[in-house]
Design a protein around this ligand. Structure first.
Ligand SMILES: Nc1nc2c(c(=O)[nH]1)N[C@H]1C(S)=C(S)[C@@H](COP(=O)(O)O)O[C@H]1N2
Ligand SMILES: [Mo]
Length: 365
């Protein structure tokens, strides 16, 4: 275990939020250059030191009436059909900086880059569970334990999360070993990790060591306490963790990636770029305002036929007169659901699900 140089990235492309444990997001102009995010531009969010696991590290699958199996990467590749899925992984804390400008929250001040649109290769968790005898059972939980040991609330615990067995059996949940066809780097979970499309990044457990079928969710602090949504009147000092909403499916969100807040641009025609996503529901429309939200124009999608849980990049060309401008973006999903207007309405002490209209200020000269 160590912090070392396990994150195989060019730091010039990143904003490092924390060194130990390593947490970094790509600069948003680089992130938005391509539809599929390469591993070298994917944010890193780790709660503890990066474990160094060998390629022959084995995953144990057990619980309930399942036959117990010990599976290496080679076993998975040999026994199950390979699946490849493009899906956006987003940290529940993405865009937290906007909530922190309302009031202090826990956690790192992520800007818009704690997200990536990832091309995953792996096997379907459903195929593995079916092969081990899960049969028609759909109640209960798939509880995952990872090799990293993290400090939460002053106590150290192995990283653990759970998802419902029903979600696990949908077919798109992967035990993945590659990003963009490249083996996972140590920072991204080598040799194998879970991928839960459409769910907050926290459920996509890296460095998998154990998968168990149980009647109850994981009692690890990451699942039981962290990554829960509380109302704005709760300050986190005396909270009953059981009452929080477990963050799983992610709400509609969008952000401006280029230009960035505080940039100075030449006055005249400019093109503004960003992403929007609503997961299974898809984005119906992206609106952009150049005047703080008084008037709106429609942005064009760059990625017209994006995969169901992928992001869609958008662009908008407009004229900026000399002076200071507040640019605002908001997305609307297929169900007509619009992002909330104000960050104070969605403020929560842990700083999750920051989805208010994204605003940046630029100067045109
Ligand atoms: N074992 C383990 N899995 C983990 C984490 C972790 O700290 N340990 N962080 C989670 C969180 S909060 C996110 S957002 C994603 C980030 O994945 P990445 O670092 O590959 O981008 O991994 C998730 N899986
Ligand atoms: Mo996260």
């Amino acid at each position: 275990m160590g912090y070392g140089r396990l994150h195989d990235i060019d730091e010039a492309d990143f904003i490092v939020r924390q060194r130990e444990p390593f947490n970094a997001e790509p600069r948003s102009q680089r992130l938005i250059e391509q539809y599929v995010t390469p591993q070298s531009l994917l944010y890193v969010r780790s709660h503890g030191a990066t474990p160094q696991l060998d390629e022959d590290h084995a995953l144990e699958v057990s619980g309930a009436d399942l036959r117990t199996a010990t599976l290496t990467l080679a076993d998975l590749k040999a026994s199950f059909p390979e699946r490849r899925i493009i899906s956006a992984m987003q940290c529940a804390g993405n865009r937290r900086a906007d909530l922190q400008s309302v009031r202090k929250t826990n956690g790192d001040p992520w800007d818009v880059g704690a997200i990536g649109n990832v091309d995953w290769t792996g096997v379907s968790l459903a195929d593995v569970l079916l092969a081990l005898g899960v049969g028609d059972r759909r109640d209960g939980y798939v509880v995952c334990t990872a090799a990293d040991v993290d400090e939460i609330d002053g106590e150290t615990h192995p990283y653990g999360i759970s998802i419902s067995l029903k979600r696990a059996m949908a077919g798109d949940v992967l035990i993945a070993w590659a990003i963009g066809g490249e083996p996972l780097s140590p920072a991204h979970g080598a040799p194998m990790r879970l991928v839960v499309p459409g769910y907050a990044g926290v459920r996509s457990a890296k460095w998998l060591t154990r998968i168990e079928l149980r009647d109850e969710p994981s009692d690890a602090p990451i699942q039981a306490k962290d990554y829960k949504l509380f109302p704005p009147d709760e300050d986190g000092s005396d909270v009953d963790w059981r009452t929080g909403l477990v963050i799983e499916a992610m709400p509609v969100n969008s952000a401006i990636c280029d230009p960035r807040d505080g940039d100075t641009l030449p006055a005249g025609m400019v093109t503004i770029y960003g992403y929007a996503l609503a997961y299974g529901r898809r984005v119906a429309r992206v609106d952009l305002s150049l005047d703080g939200g008084a008037c709106w124009v429609r942005a064009q999608f760059i990625d017209e036929d994006a995969a169901p849980d992928a992001w869609q990049r958008w662009q908008c060309t407009a004229e900026l007169a000399p002076g200071r401008h507040q640019l605002v973006v908001r997305a609307i999903d297929e169900a007509g659901q619009l992002q909330p207007e104000c960050a104070q309405d969605v403020w929560n002490f842990a700083g999750y699900l920051s989805t208010a209209w994204h605003r940046i200020t630029v100067d045109a000269q």
